[in-house]
Design a binder for this molecule. Structure first.
Ligand code: HSE
Length: 329
């Protein structure tokens, strides 16, 4: 067996860290995994998925920085001021002109690290939401500010928009900065993600794309992206055509041949399979639980690479932030 189905209850890791004595304030934040691009919608479309990072942070009026991380990628994640969640909190405090507080931070990461499921976007979004929770009552951050701050750190808005707001998001950058439109996905769409044991660097993946594309390829992706919005919200039967891409997947395939092979094998069997984000995971937008099971069987038959298969739901809520009541643990 090269494919292992991950039980759904493994996705729901929760930080239950107690509040720390003497804290000014404690907040609990959860942020979903995200799959960007969805085939043709390069740097534009994103989908929130039901795997979560969970972070509890207490703020102090001293300079402490006490960080512990458990779960996916924990061994590689810095527990210093370089930590991406902490850098994101600091970015917000600098933006609003408030001094950075001391922090006690406990994270439990469910989002697979470096696999094209938005782990960096989740860390950035978690930091932005933590800052929102810690600053509430002094500074109020609206959705537009949250997306702007997150995009400044992430570089492109297609992961952070669904991480913050949930559902299917169309993200673009206009004159007033990054914007998003959230849509609800047709309930017949059943996401399935194949996650390999190896990682892929987003900057390497981006460097493999040519600076220019032909008008024919541009038109190809414009038509498929427009169709994909209709397929995901109204007409799932169009998903196979709607997920075709000519802007990034084939160019990046040389750096992740097993990923491209699995995408092609599943598409040849009629499944809407795409590279998730910059890879190396594969996202399948199936049309129900039975179809997901068949996709797992096909993957198992065509690949020797070990893959974890996650049968997921679309997360409709996006990132959450809750302030602990004073005196609670
Ligand atoms: N749109 C981005 C890319 C998502 O494919 O490079 C990964 O961060």
């Amino acid at each position: 067996m090269s494919v292992t189905v991950v039980p759904g209850d493994m996705e729901q890791v929760v930080s239950d860290a107690p509040a720390v004595e003497g804290a000014l304030r404690t907040v609990d934040v959860t942020v979903p995994a995200t799959s960007a691009n969805l085939g043709p919608g390069f740097d534009t479309l994103g989908l929130a998925l039901s795997i979560y990072d969970s972070v509890t942070v207490s703020a102090f009026d001293d300079g402490r920085l006490d960080i512990a991380v458990a779960g996916s990628g924990a061994a590689q994640i810095p527990t210093t001021a370089d930590n991406l969640v902490v850098r994101s909190i600091a970015h917000v405090y600098a933006d609003v002109g408030r001094p950075m507080p001391g922090l006690h931070l406990r994270a439990v990461n469910g989002v697979p690290h470096g696999r094209g499921l938005g782990s960096s976007g989740a860390a950035v979004s978690a930091g932005i939401l933590i800052a929102k929770g810690l600053l509430a009552g002094d500074v109020e951050l609206d959705d537009h500010s949250l997306l702007r701050l997150a995009t400044e750190l992430e570089g492109h808005p297609d992961n952070v928009a669904p991480a913050l707001f949930g559902g299917l998001t169309i993200a673009w950058t206009g004159e007033s900065g990054p914007q998003h439109k959230k849509l609800l996905v047709h309930r017949g769409v059943a996401p399935l993600v194949f996650v390999p044991g190896f990682t892929m660097s987003t900057s390497l993946a981006r460097s493999l794309q040519p600076p220019q594309v032909s008008r024919e390829d541009a038109v190809f992706n414009v038509s498929r992206s427009a169709l994909l919005v209709a397929a995901l919200t109204q007409s799932p039967e169009l998903l196979l055509d709607a997920t075709a891409d000519r802007l990034h997947q084939d160019y990046r395939g040389a750096a992740m041949p097993e990923t491209l092979r699995l995408v092609q094998a599943l598409r040849a069997e009629g499944f809407a399979a795409v590279v998730s984000g910059a890879g190396p995971s594969v996202l399948v937008l199936a049309d129900g639980p039975g179809a997901r099971r068949r996709a797992v069987d096909i993957a198992d038959a065509v690949t020797d690479t070990p893959w974890d298969a996650h049968m997921l739901a679309v997360d409709v809520r996006g990132g959450t932030v809750e302030q602990r009541a004073e005196g609670s643990t």
